[in-house]
Design a protein around this ligand. Sequence first.
Ligand code: FES
Length: 332
Amino acid sequence: MSIYRVTLLPSQHQYQSSSKQSLLRAGLESGLNMIYGCDGGNCGKCLVRLVSGTTERLRHSDFVLSQSQKDRQQLLSCCHAASSDVVMEAVEIDSVSEIAEQTIDTRVYRMDRLSESVMSVVLKTPRGQPLSFLAGQYVTLSMNGSLQRNKSIASCPCDGMHLEVHVKAREHDPFSEYVFKRLKKNERVQINGPHGEFVLDDASDRPLLLIAFDSGFSSIKSLIEHAIALEKNQPIKLYWMMSAGNQPYLENYCRSIVHALDNFSFQTEFAQDRSPATMTQLLEKIVLQEAAVTQSDVYLTLPEELRELAQDILIQAGVQPQHWKIDTIQAI
Ligand code: FES
């Protein structure tokens, strides 16, 4: 198996691609937001133009290119692999508005209890119908007829066929109770999305300060995996704020990243209760102890009732509004 360098124009983004892997898949796994649809040769959305280098067809495509497309050296990046270093023109997603809303019937692929109170559910889309999304976005899940809930996607956009969401156990919450007591493997779950603007600013080289709260770790996890895929070199600091009675349910996962990456650090902070006064104190402590906070991009997931509080603290700390993003949908 040979490894080649692929350069995208006009962005000049580069990634490594093997002779056994499609140009599209290698780009997605490198954290690039390349436009695609089916990942199976049917839709034509992954069309790119070869500027230099050579490729080999990996698989058959049902989508038929016109003669003029072939004359312009256009090809489907999901069906071709590099056979030399390659330069190609490719459209990349710059903003969430460029991603079409999709409704997909998925199936429950696996369920894992991450702790006493948090369940990971992995949904699998039909072949040829992956969900295109950006790290940090959420989908609306519909199950068992009428149960609906917005959930952040915890997994990496590089795999649009397997979508991980986290559900917290809550008494008297029909959605949560259904997931914990009745949801079965293979059961149909409809998703609609992606939604939300809590996405990583790929172009920024500023340090990342990530702050998660209780079970609101899903979107932060997706951001971390995206930053790792992009091989970001800037410092990434993760704080996980836990209110009384809660534990960071993916602590080992966070510790494993600390061991694997020199630029990643992780710290848990525990609060005695969830009162605004206590949360203010804790958030202030986190933000104010970060010497580089004004040079950082700050991403927070918090309950909606803490949004204004967090904004006040960031303003006091001197962080400009364009350098923070707050995700509050995990509070449900
Ligand atoms: S993604 Fe649909 S043809 Fe390549």
